[in-house]
Design a protein around this ligand. Structure first.
Ligand code: HEC
Ligand code: HEC
Ligand code: HEC
Ligand code: HEC
Length: 116
């Protein structure tokens, strides 16, 4: 009897586990994020980017010694909770614009993100 209950719980846990994986594939966190700023607001289509790139391309943690830690699922947080934003050299421009530049020069132009 006890064994059967354990088996049941294991099966339920497995099914939940699978559906959690499916949910992540369909899109995690906000669908879009709007970064308001003085230049011109930037609308970031989060789920569209997720369909093309790994979470770890953009998300990471902070290690105990203060350096950049690895990506840990479930610990994604606002960039501004660790980084100071608001300049051309801030981590948003390094991350977003850096990848855009590698993909296609047109995507790195200011107007690709800052839409008036
Ligand atoms: C191309 C970059 C990029 C990729 C890929 C990406 N994210 Fe994000 N994600 C962001 C940015 C930027 C934000 C907004 C952060 C902010 O508001 O400062 C965000 C926000 C989030 C948030 C909300 C965090 C909060 O506290 O507001 C979650 C949850 C999240 N992402 C999960 C994921 C997961 C899971 C994946 C992979 C399936 C993923 N993201 C892939 C860039 C990305
Ligand atoms: C939990 C804290 C934390 C969060 C949240 C975080 N980072 Fe970082 N990040 C760090 C640390 C620590 C470093 C390494 C030290 C440094 O460069 O500030 C780093 C480094 C970086 C770097 C390389 C340094 C540089 O400027 O060239 C980029 C790019 C970067 N982060 C982008 C992002 C983006 C984009 C987000 C939001 C999607 C984000 N980070 C969220 C802690 C964090
Ligand atoms: C790949 C997307 C992207 C591109 C390309 C890009 N930016 Fe940005 N920019 C952002 C995001 C997102 C923010 C808001 C977060 C921050 O301050 O970094 C921002 C913020 C800024 C700010 C800060 C404004 C304030 O409120 O302090 C300035 C200035 C700026 N960008 C100038 C530029 C210029 C100039 C270019 C072209 C050379 C450019 N950006 C290209 C995404 C981009
Ligand atoms: C790892 C690579 C990568 C990162 C990081 C990335 N992007 Fe992108 N982004 C792309 C690619 C590739 C496209 C083009 C997609 C397409 O044309 O279907 C794109 C498209 C866009 C577009 C639409 C541009 C247009 O003219 O159609 C915007 C806006 C944008 N990204 C903003 C951002 C912002 C803001 C960030 C950072 C928070 C960011 N991206 C991070 C790869 C990236």
């Amino acid at each position: 009897m006890a064994k059967r209950i354990v088996l049941c719980v294991a099966v339920v846990a497995m099914i939940c586990g699978f559906s959690a994986v499916i949910t992540i594939a369909a899109g995690s966190g906000p669908e879009t994020v709007v970064f308001e700023n003085k230049k011109a607001d930037v609308t970031f289509k989060h789920h569209e980017h997720q369909a093309k790139f790994e979470c770890a391309e953009c998300h990471h943690t902070k290690a105990d010694d203060g350096s950049q830690g690895p990506y840990v699922a479930g610990e994604e947080a606002k960039c501004a909770s660790c980084h100071e934003l608001g300049s051309m050299k801030d981590p948003i421009h390094v991350n977003c614009r850096g990848c855009h530049k590698e993909q296609d020069k047109k995507l790195a132009s200011c107007g690709a993100c800052h839409v008036k």
